[in-house]
Design a protein around this ligand. Structure first.
Ligand SMILES: Nc1nc2c(c(=O)[nH]1)N[C@H]1C(S)=C(S)[C@@H](COP(=O)(O)OP(=O)(O)OC[C@H]3O[C@@H](n4cnc5c(=O)[nH]c(N)nc54)[C@H](O)[C@@H]3O)O[C@H]1N2
Ligand SMILES: Nc1nc2c(c(=O)[nH]1)N[C@H]1C(S)=C(S)[C@@H](COP(=O)(O)OP(=O)(O)OC[C@H]3O[C@@H](n4cnc5c(=O)[nH]c(N)nc54)[C@H](O)[C@@H]3O)O[C@H]1N2
Ligand code: SF4
Ligand SMILES: [Mo]
Length: 731
């Protein structure tokens, strides 16, 4: 692929991450004797962009290589290094190939599946009998197909009779989901990726596309309208360096900034009256932002009043298409929901919604985070329903053929509340599926303490050596991406299929099969008789969506999805033409999902930082993604020699050169970071990209979350990973 002119102009010198195209790797490198005999396709199993990969198979049907699909509407022939190298983690000799059970001496020993499942059922049954349905919980993920996720959620609640279970999407997307639900009446990201290419102004808030969603950055680069790209991020990230304008705001200065923008827009009468007429709460909001003059927020945002005035004009220019995109810089905050809603409010005020190139658009993280939001049966009932609504419970029970009384009338405790309950001894056992919280959870040392309280810990993963699997009582070896079928939903609500094209190693089983084995052993197999295979489950789940905003009753099955190049929800059988249009956005008609059809303008007074720097801990620590070749806790990406080469060998902390000089720290020297909760030693990396007084640590090293401060957004209960107070000193 040629680098578009646009990209050449804007890519900054420090952009470390390359997007790989067929010229870089790929079929050219395949030895002649391995020339592919056939191909299949699969949606990538890492990020929520949802690129489609072509899988090249040899004559024996073995996968020998991957390349990006050229005609898929998401990635258009591009993929990032993780996608290209997706086979490596599957081939790793470190894969879990046999169940492991801790013996009386404390050692994990290989056992057969009958023993593993028998132990699982005996232990959970005993806990249920003695302590009731609140005494155990599962912690799951946005990284398994929605069929498996729904199976887990329904098995746990309607089969085994427990109540609590949450997913790592709490760490990631809970804020966006809550914000949309409260503002629009449904968790409905309104956009389609074509909006990246159709905007005149693109505002990226706390979103480092170049590293975290490189193919979406390529979509930005394809925009032919010479857009202004504005990045709002405390750090001069790779994305910020490639933007038209970077606003290095103070961490968590977002809320006053967006209220000040609303203030200017209202003061100058630059609203869209038709859009405002579709909102409830306008007068109260207008009154509320009256006090947020640009001058009054200079200190809290770190942004000069004149810049705010300018930005207000740019994002409200009549006739211009303005899109706002946010990721973890917003979601992972003590006031994330109100911050996301402040962005939503700006779009509603200016009419930037429901039209090409517009929208308050949250970009999701994991390959199936969006599937988890609709089908995991944790916070909401399967299919975007409410546990509390009796008619919803009845509908889901009838559609899934589950006893009505097996559907709880309340949602689960949230992740942090589950762990607190474990701390109090009320939750006695955890079942962790496809996530690694002993590394990724905020203030992770607390989890190690909680481990002591647990009677039983099960970890179901591809590898037995993750931080979480190592401390399990029972390890269940799982098949991974490429070894199973199912569907993912990407950030723009597009459902895509993944295909099995290889066998899991040893005795490892798909999560789906593990759930079936457990259902049978528990004695509730008959409730899941129709849950025979992923596609059968997909059809059941589809039927639950009838008449919901996410109605997908028009989808026949997996072939249909493939034929259409993925299908964005909604696609109701009754009203949508088939095949559905390939790029669709929501709310074009100005009708939202609240009763009465209006959106709500929601707001709160900005709150103080939960842990501000002080004399003893004078730096503010930010954390996030470090490189495009590292994925989270690195259970998968660290198994690829190529991906390891594309990222720094060890942990590093970014510090401003002025701070480093003052503290006698030079490039590469070892420094100790200390917070009130823990400490770690890392190499210093002198970078003017962080502001003085701030530090940045990539999240990919297990020690990072020993430092983070356990504070949470009150509405979404999402952890505030991106601000805590630390000290730094030379070792
Ligand atoms: N290579 C790679 N890609 C990934 C992932 C990965 O692990 N590796 N993970 C995937 C997942 S699950 C997710 S959720 C996404 C995350 O994708 P992103 O959210 O883009 O990534 P982060 O680096 O976590 O955070 C983004 C930015 O938020 C900024 N930030 C911190 N505090 C504030 C603040 O107060 N205000 C504002 N405006 N910005 C702030 C940080 O400086 C950082 O640059 O990436 C996905 N893609
Ligand atoms: N400090 C800090 N911490 C953070 C963040 C941050 O920005 N800063 N970001 C947070 C965010 S947004 C996220 S999403 C979380 C991610 O945190 P985690 O979910 O804990 O991270 P992963 O490394 O993706 O863990 C997924 C696990 O699932 C396993 N796995 C993969 N596929 C399968 C499968 O098909 N079946 C089974 N059973 N297992 C499988 C992998 O081997 C891996 O161990 O981290 C959060 N933690
Ligand atoms: S951008 Fe995301 S979905 Fe696309 S190849 Fe990379 S990790 Fe996979
Ligand atoms: Mo995430």
């Amino acid at each position: 692929m040629m680098t578009p002119d646009f990209l050449r102009q804007r890519r900054g010198p420090l952009t470390r991450d390359l997007v790989q195209t067929p010229g870089h790797f790929g079929l050219g490198q395949v030895p002649a004797r391995l020339k592919p005999a056939s191909t299949t396709t699969s949606i990538c199993g890492y990020c929520a962009t949802g690129c489609q990969l072509k899988v090249h198979l040899d004559e024996d049907g073995r996968a020998i290589n991957l390349s990006p699909a050229t005609h898929y509407p998401v990635n258009l022939g591009m993929a990032c290094p993780k996608g290209w190298q997706s086979l490596d983690p599957l081939d790793s000799p470190d894969r879990g190939t046999v169940p492991l059970l801790r013996d009386p001496s404390g050692t994990l020993q290989p056992v057969d599946w009958a023993t593993a499942i028998g132990t699982f059922v005996d232990r959970f049954r005993d806990i249920h009998r003695r302590h009731g349905r609140d005494a155990a919980a599962f912690l799951s993920t946005g990284q398994i197909p929605l069929e498996e996720m729904a199976f887990l959620g329904c098995l746990w609640k309607s089969g085994m009779g427990f109540l609590h279970g949450d997913a790592n999407t709490r760490q990631c997307m809970a804020t966006a989901a809550t914000a949309y639900k409260q503002s629009f009446g449904f968790d409905a990201p309104p956009y389609t990726y074509a909006d990246f290419e159709e905007s005149d102004v693109i505002v990226l808030v706390g979103s480092n596309l170049c590293i975290a969603h490189p193919i979406l950055w390529q979509r930005v680069a394809r925009n032919p309208r010479d857009p202004r790209i504005i990045v709002i991020d405390p750090r001069a990230t790779e994305t910020a360096q490639s933007a038209t304008l970077h606003l290095p705001l103070k961490p968590k200065g977002d809320l006053p900034l967006y209220y000040a923008l609303a203030h200017c827009i209202l003061r100058d009468g630059r609203i869209d009256p038709a859009s405002v007429a579709r909102c409830d709460g306008f007068d109260d909001f207008a009154e509320f932002v009256r006090g947020f003059t640009p001058e009054s927020v200079e200190t809290s945002t770190g942004i000069p009043a004149a810049t705010i005035e300018n930005l207000a004009r740019v994002v409200s220019e009549p006739g211009k298409r303005v899109s706002w995109w946010w990721t973890m810089g917003v979601n992972q905050s003590h006031e994330g929901v109100r911050t996301a809603q402040a962005i939503i409010n700006l779009c509603l005020l200016t009419g930037n919604i429901g039209k090409p190139g517009t929208g308050p658009n949250s970009i999701t993280g994991q390959c199936n985070a969006m599937g988890s939001r609709l089908f995991s049966n944790t916070t909401s009932l399967v299919g975007g329903h409410d546990f509390a609504d009796p008619s919803h419970r009845r509908k889901v029970a009838e559609t899934l053929d589950l006893p009505l009384q097996s559907i709880p009338s309340e949602p689960s405790l949230a992740y942090d509340q589950i762990l607190e309950a474990a701390g109090r001894g009320e939750i006695k056992a955890l079942w962790i599926v496809a996530t690694n919280p002993f590394h990724s959870w905020i203030d992770s040392s607390r989890l190690a303490e909680l481990r002591e309280n647990l009677d039983f810990l099960v970890v179901q993963d591809m590898y037995p050596d993750t931080e979480s699997a190592r401390v399990a009582d029972l390890f269940l070896p799982a098949a991974g991406w490429g070894e199973k079928a199912g569907t993912f939903i990407n950030s723009e609500r597009r459902i895509g299929t993944l295909k099995p094209f290889r066998q899991a190693p040893g005795l490892a089983l798909t999560d789906f099969r593990i759930f079936r084995l457990i259902a049978r052993a528990w004695g509730c197999g008959d409730r899941f008789e129709r849950w025979t295979d992923p596609e059968a489950v997909f059809r059941l789940l589809r039927d639950t969506t009838l008449d919901r905003p996410c109605d997908i009753t028009g989808i026949d099955g997996y072939d249909h999805i493939d034929r259409c190049g993925g299908i964005q929800w909604p696609h109701p059988a009754a009203t949508d033409p088939d095949p559905p249009a390939n790029e669709r956005r929501l709310f074009a008609d100005g009708v939202y999902c609240h009763p009465g059809g209006k959106a709500k303008l929601l707001f709160s007074e900005p709150a103080r930082l939960p842990e501000a720097p002080d004399e003893n801990f004078p730096f503010l620590l930010l954390t996030g993604r470090g490189s495009s070749s590292q994925w989270h806790t690195q259970s998968r990406t660290a198994r690829s020699a190529i991906l390891r080469k594309l990222c720094p060998a060890g942990a590093f902390v970014e510090i401003h050169p002025d701070d480093a000089a003052r503290l006698g720290i030079s490039e590469g020297s070892d420094v100790t970071l200390r917070s009130r909760r823990g400490e770690m030693t890392v190499a210093a990396y002198l970078a003017p990209t962080v502001q003085p007084g701030q530090l940045f640590l990539p999240m990919h090293y297990p020690e990072v979350n020993r430092l983070t401060h356990p504070s949470f957004d009150p509405h979404s209960r999402q952890p505030n990973y991106k601000a805590c107070a630390v000290s730094i000193r030379l070792v």
